[in-house]
Ligand binder design. Structure first.
Ligand SMILES: Nc1ncnc2c1ncn2[C@@H]1O[C@H](COP(=O)(O)OP(=O)(O)OP(=O)(O)O)[C@@H](O)[C@H]1O
Ligand SMILES: [Mg+2]
Length: 355
């Protein structure tokens, strides 16, 4: 869908903002750009809608060089949520949202129903907000309008530069959920900038971690967590609240499709799940089924093992799930997916588990 071919951007003062940038963003993907301040995230977005031109290299959208796109068409088809809230101060909310649809010459009626639909979607009652001026909205409300304005004319691509930065944690969480839902519903290609790793892990289909104008690693949240390419990635991902120290016992599943009582051996042999951990009475751990055999697995976890160590254990094996053993009993099973899922929703989970 979007490909950066060897993009370099050097500003006039010699700042090398983007270097050796090669990247493909897939259609319908929620792609997150993340990295420290000044690493080049905003520049990357602006290269995409040609607010900034590269020093060298090429960007293609739908295999067509963006230099060959009609600039107006490119901009209309690329919704942009700026890092700073930038509603037009002298226009009402409805007028703000209508700007691009009007340029695209949509009918009044279509625009009007689109405005209402979008306001609804982000929890702003059209009857209340349509005719207000931006200054009569809170910062968070303005940000929401900024987000829906970018979506108004149904662009194929939406660029969002830290759209939730001015929001309190609760509205932020709400809007993250909205965006997630929106993405699932409308399947836009969204390039989303943040410097918040929790937000990145929660929202991103894939995440691109940048530093100093360069791509350090691109991958799914799972890949970044499990196979960080260097210490920088590790620290960036790990440098969060201490959810990494959460013991596996907090998130393992006591009953799991990856485990079965030995009485069910006959039934178990039909079970498709691999690995399948077998236990006897009193949950005595017997081993891992392999065909007709029961092997003792090379790797097991202790309930107190913290998640970062558990992730390491997964690296040593290629199984999807590991048994959690205490005093010879299997007290649960934890899968790789469980860990990724937990880390993705850690803020939410921590609130529940800490109490
Ligand atoms: N017009 C410009 N002229 C010169 N240097 C610039 C210009 N715009 C940006 N830069 C520099 O390019 C680098 C990347 O800037 P950019 O705005 O892309 O960073 P960012 O990752 O979005 O940072 P932040 O998280 O703070 O928004 C920075 O060093 C910045 O100072
Ligand atoms: Mg920026």
């Amino acid at each position: 869908m979007i490909t950066f071919h060897n993009i370099q951007k050097e500003f006039n003062d010699g700042t090398k903002a983007i270097q050796d940038f090669n990247l493909t963003i897939n259609e319908g993907e929620m792609f997150v750009l993340i990295g420290p301040s000044g690493c080049g995230k905003t520049t990357t977005l602006k290269l995409l809608n040609r607010l900034i031109e590269p020093t060298s290299g090429r960007i293609t959208i739908k295999r067509k060089d963006i230099q060959d796109w009609d600039l107006q068409k490119l901009r209309w088809n690329t919704g942009y949520v700026l890092q700073q809230i930038a509603l037009f101060p002298t226009m009402t909310i409805a007028e703000n949202i209508s700007v691009v649809p009007e340029m695209k010459k949509w009918s009044k009626r279509k625009i009007s129903s689109r405005v209402d639909e979008l306001l609804h979607m982000t929890g702003l009652d059209p009857a209340v907000y349509r005719n207000r001026m931006p200054a009569e909205l809170s910062g968070g409300e303005q940000q929401r309008v900024g987000v829906i304005r970018a979506l108004a004319a149904d662009p194929d691509i939406v660029l969002m530069d830290e759209p939730f930065s001015a929001l309190d944690p609760i509205s932020r969480e709400q809007l993250q959920k909205d965006i997630h839902q929106l993405q699932a519903d409308i399947k836009k290609t969204i390039v989303f900038v943040t410097h918040d790793i929790d937000e990145a892990l929660q929202l991103g289909d894939r995440i691109c971690l940048m530093d100093d104008g360069k791509i350090i690693q691109t991958g799914t949240p799972h890949e970044l967590i499990s196979r960080p390419v260097n210490q920088f990635v590790k620290e960036f991902i790990g440098n969060r609240d201490n959810e990494w120290n959460t013991p596996v016992s907090k998130i393992m599943n006591r009953e799991s499709e990856y485990s079965a009582h030995v009485d069910n051996m006959a039934q178990a042999s039909h079970k498709q799940y691999t690995p399948l951990y077998i236990f006897g009475d009193d949950r005595e751990f017997l081993g891992r089924r392999q065909g007709e055999e029961v092997l003792s697995p090379e790797v097991t976890l202790h309930p107190d093992t913290p998640l970062d160590k558990a992730v390491h254990c997964f690296d040593k094996t290629d199984v999807e799930a590991l048994p959690v053993i205490r005093d010879g009993q299997i007290i649960g099973v934890i899968s790789y997916k469980d860990i990724v899922h937990f880390l993705k929703h850690a803020q939410h989970h921590l609130k529940e588990t800490v109490s």
